[in-house]
Design a binder for this molecule. Structure first.
Ligand SMILES: C[S@@+](CC[C@H](N)C(=O)[O-])C[C@H]1O[C@@H](n2cnc3c(N)ncnc32)[C@H](O)[C@@H]1O
Length: 144
């Protein structure tokens, strides 16, 4: 993967990603499923791989890897959170819809390099946001 440019359709994966906070999760600091889905799907695309999360918490990365068909290795210090992750894995089908919502956003047509050369959106919010990316924002600009 090193040195390979992401496919244009994965242009949402930039150095800054914005997501609404995850709701209804007993873990104190979970991230939303869309985050690992975005990362894994962008990097592996249609390929399968092995995903390592050294601080798995409630298993969000595990669920994303499972839905995307990859294997996973997870490390977590808390037995309580491991149980949480195991339970979530058993019920991963309940989260497929959320994962699909993120995957449906991967429709960009230009590479990062092409957008940068044309002065278009490259992950910096504010100036230069293209109309198609504006439509994809979870929080419209005027609500931020
Ligand atoms: C920010 S949380 C990860 C949350 C996870 N991404 C989720 O969505 O649920 C970080 C996790 O790292 C675990 N952790 C902290 N130190 C650790 C260590 N030395 N080895 C393994 N896990 C550790 C914590 O118990 C905590 O669950």
């Amino acid at each position: 993967m090193i040195g390979e440019e992401l496919k244009p359709k994965h242009a949402l994966l930039t150095s800054i990603c914005r997501f609404p906070p995850k709701q209804k999760n007993p873990h104190p600091a979970p991230f939303p499923l869309a985050l690992p889905v975005r990362v894994i799907y962008s990097i592996l695309d249609e390929k399968r791989g092995v995903v390592l999360d050294p601080c798995c918490g409630s298993g969000t990365t595990l669920v994303a890897a499972k839905i995307l068909g990859s294997n996973f290795i997870l490390i977590e210090i808390s037995k309580e959170y491991i149980k949480l992750a195991e339970k979530r894995l058993l019920n991963y089908r309940n989260e497929i819809k959320d994962a699909e919502e993120e995957m449906a956003k991967h429709i960009g047509l230009k590479t990062f390099k092409e957008r940068k050369e044309r002065g278009e959106f490259t992950g910096r919010y504010g100036k230069g946001l293209s109309p198609e990316l504006k439509k994809m924002l979870l929080f419209p600009e005027e609500e931020r």
